[in-house]
Design a protein around this ligand. Structure first.
Ligand SMILES: C[S@@+](CC[C@H](N)C(=O)[O-])C[C@H]1O[C@@H](n2cnc3c(N)ncnc32)[C@H](O)[C@@H]1O
Length: 243
């Protein structure tokens, strides 16, 4: 037995997670289960992509990997891409990298945020966010960070106000990382009718306890009478595939 295996077994015995190299990839402990599963977000290929965005995002690599894969899956569907909840632009950058790699000029990326922190409705939100949280950005700083991507369109201001001139748009993929109950509900209401058949709505914070009464409640309420159902992942995200 190698010393790495001994460390792994000791960590596992105490219920800690540790990741290790398998023959053809990285596997990580799937707490509370006694096994490890394939975890390509720790692999070299994805870590290289993540290194480009990690200083501009609060989203960890496992969720970023899921985001990247879903966005990639939707590339050939009709419609553009969107993100609601951009903050410093890290996850938007990941989507932009993908769009550039797959076929520059084919899709546009629509970004929605105040670009000045949480709006006033945050003060009433069960997530306990406050007005101005994530306020250490400006539209200018995000535009400068993402300056290499001419296919990005910026919609600064409060959702759903900023949706108002886009009623005729179609989307293939939408990333919703907007945290608040009302903001998430408004996103569902706007994008549901505008997402292509087979397109995906990916919610970043659905499964986190902090957002049980905000993002999760908004998504569950919106989809309770719809044919599509939220599919929850152990990363904390959930997704909807439009029928
Ligand atoms: C968690 S941050 C986004 C994180 C980002 N995706 C990343 O890569 O780190 C949530 C963002 O949602 C924005 N937000 C929340 N409600 C909003 C609303 N109604 N209109 C516009 N922006 C909103 C906040 O301004 C904040 O920047």
């Amino acid at each position: 037995m190698y010393w790495q295996d001994i460390i792994q077994k000791t960590f596992n015995a105490f219920g800690f997670e540790i990741h290790k190299s398998g023959r053809s990839g990285i596997y990580s402990r799937c707490f509370p289960y006694p096994y490890s599963t394939y975890s390509p977000w720790f692999g070299k290929k994805f870590q290289k992509r993540y290194a480009k965005i990690k200083d501009h995002t609060i989203v960890k690599e496992d969720r970023c990997y899921i985001l990247y894969q879903f966005a990639s899956h939707c590339f050939h569907l009709p419609g553009d891409f969107a993100e609601c909840g951009v903050y410093k632009g890290g996850t938007a950058h990941l989507i932009a990298l993908l769009l550039k790699e797959k076929g520059p000029g084919e899709k546009r990326l629509f970004l929605f945020d105040t670009f000045s922190g949480m709006p006033e409705i945050a003060d009433e939100d069960p997530s306990h966010h406050k007005t101005g949280d994530f306020g250490d950005v400006t539209l200018h700083s995000v535009k400068n960070y993402l300056r290499d991507y001419s296919f990005i369109e910026y919609y600064p201001g409060v959702v759903p106000e900023t949706f108002k001139n886009l009623k005729k748009k179609t989307f293939a993929f939408v990333h919703i990382d907007i945290d608040l109950y009302q903001s998430a509900k408004d996103c569902c209401a706007f994008f549901y009718d505008r997402i292509s058949k087979g397109g995906i709505l990916l919610f970043d914070d659905y499964g986190f306890a902090k957002y049980e009464q905000s993002e999760r409640k908004a998504v569950d309420e919106f989809f309770h009478d719809k044919p599509e159902q939220p599919i929850c992942l152990r990363t904390g995200q959930c997704f909807i595939i439009k029928r």
